[in-house]
Design a protein around this ligand. Structure first.
Ligand code: ZN
Length: 216
């Protein structure tokens, strides 16, 4: 299963829930990179400087990690991908790798968002310095501005959550990843999900789709 959608659409949360419910490993390239860097593999050594500078890791490195990961025995019954594939080339390569390993992936979930609302959700985010409690100045403001309700510590606006950074990431998504929507739709593999609903409602609609897909 693949979760497709822009940054901030809630892919990570949903992938985690679905993986847990269906007892499948939750795969993200971010985790794979960190794992390779920790183990100091040759792929990790190539990826590390790129990641440190926030640059895109080239397809061959990403693919190498993915191929290595899905060959692990815990992937035998399938897996949930979050944030991959990101480009058309990666999608085609993933299909090739899956065929080689005798996986036929069945479902691509398209997390559909409203760009304006998404921007608000992301730029409004404030995180508590001490406990990591999350607020949103628009949708879930703290009682006192800049102060955590739970523990009284300072709330931070992360650099990653500023409009410039987010616009750049959304533009990169539109440019590189959006074409995958049509690609998977043409193959009849795509299911659209309203990702602006609250997280539990999103999970419920994903489960409905997956349960239907599992039925004979
Ligand atoms: Zn707090």
């Amino acid at each position: 299963m693949i979760l497709l959608g822009p940054p901030g659409a809630g892919k990570g949360t949903q992938a985690q829930r679905i993986a847990h419910r269906y007892r499948l490993p939750h795969l993200s390239t971010g985790d794979m990179f960190r794992d390779h860097i920790r183990r100091d593999t040759s792929l990790g050594r190539k990826a590390k400087p790129l990641m440190a500078h926030g640059e895109l890791v080239p397809d061959d490195i990403v693919l190498g990690m993915v191929e290595d990961r899905i060959a692990q025995p815990d992937c035998d019954n399938g897996f949930v991908f979050d944030g991959f594939p990101r480009t058309l080339t990666q999608a085609e390569d993933l299909e090739r790798i899956c065929r080689q390993h005798h996986y036929g992936f069945t479902i691509v979930l398209h997390m559909v968002v409203d760009p304006g609302l998404l921007m608000r959700r992301l730029t409004g985010r404030r995180i508590c310095k001490a406990g990591g409690h999350i607020y949103n100045v628009y949708d879930r403001p703290p009682k006192r501005e800049g102060i955590c309700d739970e523990d009284g510590s300072e709330l931070i606006h992360r650099q990653d959550d500023t409009e410039g950074v987010i616009s750049e990431r959304l533009a990169a998504y539109e440019r590189q990843t959006r074409p995958l929507v049509d690609y998977y739709k043409a193959q009849g593999m795509l299911s659209a999900i309203d990702a602006m609903a609250d997280a539990d409602a999103v999970t419920a609609s994903i489960e409905k789709i997956l349960d239907k897909a599992e039925a004979p």
